[in-house]
Design a binder for this molecule. Structure first.
Ligand SMILES: [Cu+2]
Length: 501
């Protein structure tokens, strides 16, 4: 088993200095995403050695807010993608899973019933929650074993567009993902309707599973698509994302549907529609556009930006963008074009009569002005208070397709040295990409600021690019920083950030 192979290289207890152990086991290794085994393998050393985890604090909703309760069943499912029927794993038999909705200040109490043939967890992507609910097996909790239940209880402090998925193996590349929308009680509104749009790249049940894909990648076959580590399509777009991805996908989905039979969202001409776009893909950056419309970007990763108009925008794995559109009259294609890959995802927005565009429709906006995160400026409310950094750490991304090893600070997760911060510090993260691929870097438990001040929890770092992020260390615990290409993360492109003391 490829997963176990990587984990077995680890020497969890022997490498730690006494100080690291005293600091709360920041160095405990062999944990994290790698907690997952493929279904055929028994739970073993891949789960790491951590046996005590952060305590669940006693929590109650903010004044005037409520408790949102839900049970999610993770299990095998046969799902119709709008033509193709696939055997996969899903929440409540749905792709995407059921949307969770709350208001900022609510307390979420979510029970996971694990009917999968494998361990699992849920990570609440982007939420500044307390450490015990973060869903990293072997680091913040024991994995949820098959047939057992686990209760997550946490406050959602910040409004915005989020999602959730397992933090085990390549399970995200199955059907295990769903939106988590946190409404703002102070939201000024300014829109008439809302459409949650979840993007995905799909392989499971089409002859191989994500575990098969990962095994092929790590077997030294180079690119999954044959040849050299992803296709270099750097000439295809600006900015150049370099090698476009490691995996060839037969399908790209919007809200669980293939383009031949797209989801149709109904609205009225002249209405203002808020789209909440979530990229739940594992290996695909998309360009998103709505035919016949300009998009006004209002939020990135849940946090407000100064509204800006564009034809289209790039969205990396794990990122979310909220946009507002002023609807024309007709039937309009919403497309998500995978960067450097063939095919596309499609949905329709219908506000009038007319024929539906075909599955391969390519609105001109896709080739127009394409916004990226660095084009944005933060909303005043999203700015971190001005302050000099107290500490600085390096996050150096390295790796290649053959052998398929991706690392941070010179070694794969479990063999790299955890980063440290003290509560209250303003921490600078110097992220440098020493590879020929773009990596979406995701930080758990915090929303960092780009140099522009834009707040995000996931940012695309292009080949050989270096960027500086800052975060306020206001959420003690042990947190993951990792690439949100799930195959890179699984191969080691992760590092822990722990609070001292
Ligand atoms: Cu990566």
């Amino acid at each position: 088993m490829a997963y176990v192979h990587l984990a077995e290289q680890r020497t969890p207890m022997t490498r730690f200095t006494r100080r690291q152990v005293v600091l709360g086991g920041l160095g405990l290794a062999g944990t994290g995403l790698l907690g997952g085994c493929s279904p055929a393998s028994a739970p073993g050393p891949a789960h790491g050695t951590r046996t005590s985890f952060p305590a669940q604090p006693a929590l109650s909703p903010a004044p005037g807010r409520t408790v949102v309760e839900k049970t999610l069943t993770a299990g095998r499912a046969t799902v119709d993608l709008g033509g193709p029927r696939v055997e996969t794993w899903a929440y409540d038999q749905l792709i995407p899973g059921p949307e969770l909705r709350a208001t900022a200040g609510d307390l979420l109490r979510i029970t996971v019933d694990n009917q999968l043939p494998a361990d699992t967890t849920i990570h609440w992507h982007g939420i500044a929650l307390h450490n015990a609910a973060d869903g990293v097996p072997g680091m913040t909790q024991a994995p949820i074993t098959p047939g057992s239940r686990y209760e997550y209880e946490f406050l959602v402090p910040d409004p915005g567009t989020y999602f959730f998925h397992p933090h085990v193996g390549a399970q995200l590349d199955r059907g295990l993902y769903a939106p988590l929308i946190v409404d703002d009680p102070a939201e000024p509104g300014g829109y008439d309707a809302e459409w949650v749009v979840v993007l995905d790249d799909w392989v499971d049940g089409t002859g191989r599973t994500p575990d098969d894909v990962f095994a092929a990648l790590t077997a030294g076959n180079g690119s999954d698509s044959g040849g050299m580590g992803g296709m270099d399509h750097s000439g295809m777009g600006d900015p150049p994302f370099g090698n476009a991805g490691d995996v060839t996908y037969p399908h790209f989905l919007i809200n669980g549907r293939v383009p031949a039979t797209p989801e149709t969202f109904q609205a009225k001409p002249g209405q203002r529609v808020r789209l909440r776009v979530i990229n739940a893909a594992s290996d695909t950056i998309f360009t998103v556009a709505l035919g016949g419309h300009r998009l006004t970007v209002t939020h990135s990763d849940g946090f407000g930006v100064e509204p800006v108009e564009t034809d289209a925008f790039y969205i990396g794995m794990g990122e979310r963008y909220d946009v507002i559109v002023a609807l024309g009259d007709g039937v309009f294609p919403l497309v998500a074009v995978p960067f450097g890959k063939d095919g596309q995802a499609l949905a329709l927005l219908r506000s009038g009569s007319g024929p539906a565009p075909g599955a391969s429709v390519r609105p001109s906006e896709v080739d127009g002005q394409i916004l990226q995160a660095s084009d944005l400026r933060p909303a005043q409310s999203a700015r971190l208070p001005q302050r000099q950094p107290d500490a600085s750490v390096q996050v150096q991304l390295s790796g290649q397709m053959s052998p398929y090893v991706w690392a941070i600070n010179g070694a794969p997760f479990g063999r790299n040295t955890p980063l440290e911060v003290s509560a209250g510090q303003r921490l600078q993260l110097r992220v440098s990409n020493r590879t020929m691929m773009t990596h979406p870097v995701h930080v758990h438990g915090h929303t960092f600021a780009l140099a522009s001040g834009v707040r995000k929890d996931t940012v695309l770092v292009r080949p050989m690019e270096a960027i500086t992020l800052e975060l306020q260390a206001d959420n003690p615990g042990e947190w993951m920083i990792h690439c949100h290409n799930i195959y890179h993360a699984e191969a080691g492109m992760m590092i822990a950030l722990g609070y001292r003391g």
